[in-house]
Write a protein that binds this ligand. Structure first.
Ligand code: ADP
Length: 306
């Protein structure tokens, strides 16, 4: 196999209580990427459609992640990459992660899978470091593993795939305002109180248990963030209304997707997820801000060939 076309899913990081450690993959939105082996060594990004992003290898997250893989590989050739962007950069649904993870996943397939998923996460994290200044794994892990993932530890890197209950749907709204990951990190406090810590790790444990037990009420009770959401939500106009209206519409829980401005809700069943989408839309129609809305099943496959 000398070329491969892949679907690179959008992802929701944090999932309320799991700042920097939890994430999930979507299937209703993602980029596409074409990767070909070349005799010429290195990475050549030959085409990007859908968005204006740098073609220069070292300025594009796909290039940086790909170079990290090549540095550990015995392969003496290189790769040409075409990126078809559907996920807007800075939307908070893992635009950079889709490209970082997509590039290394595709290259690994073309080389006969010499690298394990955790090694691919490490390469893709180099791309994330370029996008946000921090080599976080909470978007690239679900993009590569599919479903829900927990980054149990960064040093050493330890990633656990969490069960996905079959009726769980995500609704995501992307209000068209820009919030840069790097900016939304700067406003966070660097320490938390023991009291907040206790509430937060109780909810992380509850969410993981709820996902494994397929206990939708427990999932809903655990989708609470006492630490990051109260601060970051100030950057997202309409956030508190979206939260209250989506809960009224039947969502299990609602929070900020990644660093925002996208807002996500989890629901049991597609009908409820559609009603939640309607509730989200109405808030931004009233405020007069443009938006994109997605209703998606959780993507348990992650990256895949198309
Ligand atoms: P998101 O949270 O949606 O990933 P970020 O703000 O973290 O958005 O990342 C987007 C940043 O990464 C932008 O500054 C963008 O220019 C840069 N970038 C570089 N290469 C890519 C790429 N292939 N896809 C998306 N963003 C990229």
């Amino acid at each position: 196999m000398n070329s491969i076309k892949v679907f690179c899913p959008a992802t929701i990081a944090n999932i309320s209580c799991g700042f920097d450690v939890l994430g999930l993959a979507l299937d209703a939105i993602g980029d596409e990427m074409m990767v070909r082996k070349t005799k010429q060594p290195g990475i050549n990004i030959s085409k990007i459609t859908g968005q204006i992003l740098p073609l220069e290898t070292k300025k594009n997250v796909a290039g940086i992640a790909g170079l990290a893989l090549l540095a550990e590989s015995e392969y003496s050739g290189g790769f040409e990459i075409e990126i078809y962007k559907k996920i807007k950069a800075g939307s908070g649904i893992g635009s950079s992660a889709a490209s970082s993870a997509g590039a290394v996943w595709a290259m690994n397939e073309l080389l006969g899978k010499p690298f394990s998923p955790i090694e691919l996460v490490k390469f893709a994290m180099q791309g994330e470091a370029l996008a946000s200044g921090v080599a976080h794994a909470d978007n690239v892990a679900p993009a590569l593993y599919g479903g829900f993932t927990l980054v149990r530890s960064y040093e050493p890197l330890d990633i656990i795939k969490i069960n996905t209950p079959p009726d769980l749907y995500a609704t995501v709204i992307h209000p068209q305002i820009e919030v840069k990951t790097s900016d939304s990190r700067k406003i966070l406090k660097t320490s938390i109180s023991l009291k907040d810590g206790i509430k937060q790790w109780g909810n992380v444990g509850g969410l993981i248990s709820g996902l494994f037990l397929e206990d939708y009420d427990l999932i809903g009770r655990s989708l609470v963030d006492h630490i990051v959401e109260p601060i970051r939500s100030m950057l997202i106009p309409g956030f508190s209304e979206v939260k209250s209206e989506t809960i009224k519409a039947g969502a299990l829980g609602t929070g900020i997707s990644g660093s925002g401005p996208s807002i996500f809700a989890l629901s049991k069943g597609k009908d409820t997820a559609d009603k939640v989408a309607e509730a989200m839309r109405n808030v931004y129609i009233n405020i007069g801000v443009d938006y994109d809305v997605y209703v998606s099943k959780i993507n348990t496959k992650g990256m895949h060939k198309i």
